[in-house]
Design a protein around this ligand. Structure first.
Ligand code: IPM
Ligand code: MG
Length: 366
C-alpha cells in the first residue's frame, strides 16, 4: 500500500494539543506494522492563519487539502478573532473547506462508553448502550443560502439568511444515511421542520421517496426538530441513524454529545468528496487552551474514523476504539469527564500516552 497523505490543520485554541495526540496514535500503528504508512503535512488554518496571512484559509492550505488523501483538523476560532469582519473569521475557513472539498455529509456518532455511564448528566438507565449516528447535511441549507447579509432595506437595518435545499442535495445525503443504516439496524429518523418551513417540507418528501424507492428494507420515520430535541433527552435509545439539515444537525449533535458525558468525546467525519475530513466536534475551547488539560479522545476517535472511512483500515480503527474503552475502564479521565473520587485525573498528553499503550498492547496480544 502506498503511504497515505494526511493534511493536518491543528488550527486554534486546544486544536494543536489534541491533534498532536491524534497523530501520535497513528505513529504507534505504524510502529506496530513496522512500516511508514502515513505522510503528514501541516498548514495554518483559522485564526492562526489569519494572524500570519491575513486570511483564515490560504490558497496553499486549500491546495494541500485537495492534494491529500484525508484532512485532520483540530478546531478553529476564539474570542481574539470574534471582532473581525465576517469574511475573514476563522469559522469561514471551516465552512470554506467543507464547501470546496464537497463534503456534503457529516457523520457524528454519539456512543456511550460503558465506563462513562455516570459521566452523563442523564440517568444511567437512559444512556446505557447508546450508539447513534447523526448524518448532518454539511454544504447546503441556511449556512450557505443566498440572499444573506445585513443591510438597510427601506431604511431599516435587516439581517437575512436563506434556508434552501434542492432535490439532488437532499437525495445524496439521504442515501448516505440509508447506506449507513444498512450496516446498523436499518432504522433512519429524518428530522425537519416541515410544519413551518417549506424547504424542509421538500426535505421530508424527498427523503421519503428515496427511502421507498431505493431502501424499502430500511424503516424510515420522520420527526420534527423540536420534538427530536426533546426525545434525545427523554429516550435517546429510540434513535439509530438520524439524518437532518445543516443547522438542525449542528444543534442536535451538540445536544447528543452530552448524552455521552462530554462534548470532548465526540469525533466526526465529513465525506462526500474525494478527500474526507476528520475533526472533533468540540470547538477550540479557548478557556483551557495551552493548559494541557483538554480531552484528546474526540480527536483520537476522529483518527479512527479516518482509518475506517478514508483508508479502509477498519481493523486498525477498531483497535483505537477498543484502546479508548480500555483506558476509560482503567479509570483515566481528563477534567471534562472526571468526577470527584472516581478514577485518576490526567492531562492531554498522559491520556494520549495511555491510549497509545493500549493500542500497542492489542498488537502484542495477537
Ligand atoms: C460545528 C461548528 C461549526 C458549525 C462552526 C464552528 C462554524 O459548530 O462543526 O458544529 O456550525 O458547523
Ligand atoms: Mg456545532
Amino acid at each position: 500500500m502506498a503511504s497515505k497523505k494526511i493534511c493536518v490543520f491543528p488550527g486554534d485554541g486546544i486544536g494543536p494539543e489534541v491533534v498532536r495526540e491524534g497523530l501520535s496514535v497513528l505513529r504507534v500503528i505504524e510502529q506496530a506494522a513496522g512500516k511508514r504508512m502515513f505522510e503528514t503535512e501541516e498548514e495554518l488554518l483559522g485564526g492562526a492563519s489569519y494572524d500570519v496571512h491575513g486570511v483564515p484559509m490560504s490558497r496553499n492550505a486549500l491546495a494541500l487539502a485537495r492534494a491529500s488523501d484525508a484532512v485532520l483538523l483540530g478546531a478553529v476560532g476564539g474570542p481574539r478573532w470574534d471582532p473581525l469582519p465576517f469574511a475573514v473569521r476563522p469559522e469561514r475557513a471551516l465552512l470554506g473547506l467543507r464547501k470546496e472539498l464537497g463534503l456534503f455529509a457529516n457523520l457524528r456518532p454519539a456512543v456511550v462508553f460503558a465506563p462513562l455511564l455516570d459521566a452523563s448528566p442523564l440517568r444511567r438507565e437512559l444512556v446505557e448502550g447508546i450508539d447513534l449516528m447523526v448524518v448532518r447535511e454539511l454544504t447546503g441549507g441556511i449556512y450557505f443560502g443566498e440572499p444573506r447579509g445585513v443591510s438597510f432595506i427601506n431604511g431599516v437595518e435587516t439581517g437575512i439568511n436563506t434556508e434552501i435545499y434542492t432535490r439532488p442535495e437532499i437525495e445524496r445525503v439521504a442515501r448516505v444515511a440509508f447506506e449507513l443504516s444498512r450496516k446498523r439496524s436499518r432504522r433512519v429518523t429524518s428530522v425537519d421542520k416541515s410544519n413551518v418551513l417549506e424547504a424542509t417540507e421538500l426535505w421530508r418528501k424527498v427523503v421519503s421517496e428515496v427511502g421507498a424507492k431505493e431502501y424499502p428494507d430500511v424503516a424510515l420515520s420522520h420527526m420534527l426538530v423540536d420534538n427530536c430535541a426533546m426525545q434525545l433527552i427523554r429516550n435517546p435509545r429510540q434513535f439509530d441513524v438520524v439524518v437532518t439539515t445543516n443547522l438542525f444537525g449542528d444543534i442536535l449533535t451538540d445536544e447528543a454529545s452530552m448524552i455521552t458525558g462530554s462534548i470532548g468525546m465526540l469525533p466526526s467525519a465529513s465525506i462526500g468528496g474525494k478527500v474526507g475530513m476528520y475533526e472533533p466536534i468540540h470547538g477550540s475551547a479557548p478557556d483551557i487552551a495551552g493548559k494541557g488539560v483538554a480531552n484528546p479522545l474526540a480527536t483520537i476517535l476522529s483518527v479512527a474514523m479516518m482509518l475506517k472511512y478514508s483508508f479502509d483500515m477498519p481493523a486498525e480503527a477498531a483497535r483505537i476504539e477498543k484502546a479508548v474503552e480500555r483506558v476509560l475502564a482503567d479509570g483515566y479521565r481528563t477534567g471534562d469527564i472526571y468526577r470527584e473520587g472516581e478514577g485518576k485525573k490526567v492531562g492531554t498528553t498522559e491520556m494520549g500516552d495511555r491510549v497509545r499503550h493500549a493500542v500497542l498492547n492489542q498488537y502484542q496480544k495477537r
